[in-house]
Each structure stands twice: as structure tokens, then as C-alpha cells.
Design a protein around this ligand. Structure first.
Ligand SMILES: [Zn+2]
Length: 406
């Protein structure tokens, strides 16, 4: 085969092809290096002698819809100089180390993965899922790991479940860039140990932290960056309130003896939890009003849920504090146990909730990332390879890479 063709298609610039073999859907190119190495690279002595060879296969770029194998005779050379111990295999410029594919093939795979799943890429190219994963792993390793902490000053921390809620991971996200900075095993304070170690080692000055209301995060953040402003994410406060409201709805429904009233209450869950301002449908509005009218605890909870958001819509911290105190008072006076409990939580976490007025951060970015992870997991046959999963998380912010799933 013509040398220019070898060069332009497969990037082999110093090789000759002695034979082409056609086997089913595969073309095998038998190649070897042109000429030979004469001068010893180690001592400069002019006598290198051949010392056996090995035949190695490399997957090259496909051509004509066929898979291409570059079968290379890899020569070994030994130095004749008695004082020199040079005895090495010749260099292979078109592939890396022990990899069974060429640089160009790897680049092609990474390109395809931007638009296709791992499995589809493997099927198209006639290689195994593991080969594609290996190529992708090396690419991600080179470009995304470990994530730099340079310039990071605001972070969000959250946890998510892998595999049906039995295994947890905790992620730390840079709230400015949306990058995942750290993936910790498990949940709670221990999962963050590795992250804080890196922060200390690199001398990173974390100024703002957003988390949910969990006690584990609170102590961990306080211990490791006591000067940072710790904001309890409003998304999580609202979510907690929605859970209380839902609980009240369930309890009231089961306590209701009147079948007609039960009918009215049935199916109002979605309406109760939606922001009031987002319900436009007249029929829906009437249904919600009817349900609220006949059940006092439910209506109290509903209006308190609607009011809760006002804590974050004030012009300043002072106003917000007043709204919060008023909210807590109403919740306590309602004597509804779930609302009283919510009031206690808000009082206990008031500093962190109001800290939002010092720095308007939220874990919203982390939530968005959690949704992306869900999609990734759904499409990816479980991600048995921990390191690969972690690398995929590090690259998640990069839309050039995240289209690919599976
Ligand atoms: Zn030598």
C-alpha cells in the first residue's frame, strides 16, 4: 500500500505496509518501520543489532465501513557496545504504551461519544464496550481530573443516591462554574473529609457555602471553614415545608369520615404543592378552594406554605426577619403538630436561612446537576466502574461531553 495513503488515513508516516489481508468485515494491514535504527540512543555507538520482534495489533480508523487492524512487527534492538545495556523495543509513534488502538482511533471515539452512547459507539466500530470506556476514561483523566480548586470561593454541597437509595455519594459543586469539585463516598460529614483535606493543602479560601438543613453538613462546614457564610438553601426549606403539607393532607384525608368531603380532597396533592400563582386553570382553582374551605389544618398549612416564600422576596434582612417571626408565630398558634415542628426547624436554622441576604447563593446548581446524574445513571447500565463514574461527574458541567450517555 502507498505510503501517502498510510500517512493520510492512519497517521503512519514512517512505516511501510507489506501486505493487506481481508477477513470478513476486517482489513488487516501488515506494517513495519521503514529502515532501521542504527545509532544507539543511549551511548551514541553506531552498532545496534536486531534482537527479536513482537507482533502487535492496533485498531485503526475504519475505512469503507470496515474495521481496520494495523498489525505491526515491532522490532527490538540491542546495543553492541559492551559498556552499554541498551536493549529496547522500537518506539510506536501512533499509539500510547500498551493501548491496542491508534491515537487517531481514540480521537475518533471521543468525537463520536459527543453524539452517541457508549454502546452505540462500540457497536458502530465493532469494538467492545470496555475498549470505548477505556478510551473515554483516558480522555477524561487527562482533561478533567483532578478538578482544580483555583479561584473557588463559593460551594454547594449535596448528596444523591446511587442504586435505588442504598449507596450514597456526596458532591461538592463550584457555584460559579457549576463544576463538580469533589465526589465523596457515602453521606454525612465523613464523606467530606477528603475535600477539606484538599482545601487545606491548596490553601483555598472558601467564603460561601450552601447546603440543605442537615446537621451533618452544618458541623462539617463549621469545623472546616468557620469564617465562611453558611447559607441554608431556600429550595430545601421550601421542600421541607411541602413535605409537611403533604403529610397534613394525608392525615386529614384519612381522618375525614364524610365520603363527599373525601372526594373533594382526593387528588388535590399536586394543586396543594404547586405555587399558588402558577395555577391558572379555573376548574383547578375551584377544586383547591373547596378542599381548603372544608379543612382548617389543611388551609392553614397551605397558606403558610405560600407565605414561606416571602422570606426570600424582601428588600433586606431586617424585613425578612420580621416575615419569618410572623410566620413562626402563626405556625405555632395553629397548633397543627407538623407546622409547629416546621416552626421549630426554622427557628433553629434562622441564621443560616437569613444568611441568604448576605450572599444570594443556593444549591440550585447542585439540584440541576443531580437531575443530570439521574439521566446519566438511567442510561448507563449502572456504571459499575467507580473511577469512570467519578470522571464522568467531573466532566458533567462540560456540555461538549455530557451529551453522551450509556
Ligand atoms: Zn549503546
Amino acid at each position: 500500500m502507498n505510503s501517502s495513503f498510510l500517512y493520510h488515513v492512519w497517521g503512519l508516516y514512517n512505516h511501510k505496509c507489506s501486505r493487506e489481508e481481508y477477513k470478513g468485515n476486517t482489513i488487516i494491514l501488515h506494517v513495519e518501520t521503514k529502515g532501521r535504527v542504527k545509532t544507539c540512543p543511549q551511548c551514541g555507538h553506531c552498532h545496534l543489532v536486531k534482537n527479536g520482534f513482537r507482533v502487535r495489533d492496533f485498531i485503526g480508523l475504519p475505512i469503507g465501513g470496515k474495521k481496520v487492524i494495523i498489525r505491526m512487527k515491532v522490532q527490538r534492538y540491542k546495543c553492541k557496545n559492551k559498556d552499554c545495556d541498551y536493549d529496547r523495543q522500537e518506539d510506536i509513534p501512533f499509539a500510547t504504551g500498551s493501548c491496542g488502538y491508534t491515537h487517531r482511533f481514540a480521537k475518533y471515539v471521543v468525537g463520536l461519544l459527543k453524539a452517541m452512547t457508549l454502546q452505540d459507539t462500540a457497536n458502530l466500530l465493532g469494538v467492545t464496550w470496555d475498549t470505548v470506556k477505556d478510551i473515554h476514561t483516558r480522555h477524561l483523566e487527562r482533561h478533567y481530573a483532578p478538578p482544580t480548586l483555583e479561584g473557588v470561593d463559593s460551594i454547594g454541597i449535596d448528596e444523591f443516591a446511587v442504586r435505588k437509595g442504598h449507596v450514597y455519594k456526596t458532591i461538592v459543586v463550584d457555584l460559579k462554574s457549576g463544576r463538580i469539585l469533589y465526589v465523596g463516598e457515602g453521606k454525612g460529614a465523613d464523606a467530606l473529609n477528603g475535600f477539606w483535606k484538599r482545601v487545606k493543602r491548596k490553601g483555598v479560601d472558601i467564603k460561601y457555602v450552601a447546603t440543605d438543613l442537615s446537621a451533618a453538613f452544618i458541623s462539617s462546614v463549621y469545623e472546616n471553614c468557620p469564617n465562611a457564610v453558611h447559607v441554608f438553601d431556600h429550595f430545601h426549606v421550601v421542600k421541607l415545608m411541602n413535605e409537611k403539607l403533604d403529610d397534613i393532607r394525608r392525615v386529614q384525608y384519612h381522618m375525614e369520615k364524610d365520603i363527599n368531603k373525601r372526594k373533594v380532597m382526593k387528588g388535590t396533592r399536586y394543586l396543594l404543592l404547586t405555587n399558588g400563582a402558577d395555577i391558572f386553570d379555573k376548574e383547578h382553582k375551584t377544586r383547591l378552594d373547596n378542599a381548603l374551605e372544608m379543612n382548617k389544618p389543611l388551609s392553614q398549612a397551605y397558606y403558610l406554605k405560600e407565605q414561606l416564600r416571602e422570606i426570600w422576596t424582601q428588600t433586606g434582612k431586617g424585613e425578612a426577619e420580621k416575615i419569618m417571626d410572623d410566620w413562626v408565630r402563626q405556625a405555632r398558634e395553629s397548633k397543627v403538630p407538623q407546622l409547629m415542628k416546621m416552626a421549630a426547624t426554622i427557628m433553629a436554622r434562622r441564621t443560616g436561612i437569613l444568611a441568604w441576604y448576605d450572599c444570594r447563593i443556593s444549591t440550585g446548581k447542585v439540584e440541576g446537576i443531580n437531575n443530570k446524574i439521574k439521566v446519566m445513571k438511567r442510561n448507563a447500565y449502572g456504571f459499575r466502574d467507580e473511577r469512570y463514574f467519578q470522571l464522568r461527574l467531573y466532566a458533567l458541567h462540560d456540555c461538549r461531553i455530557t451529551r453522551n450517555v450509556g
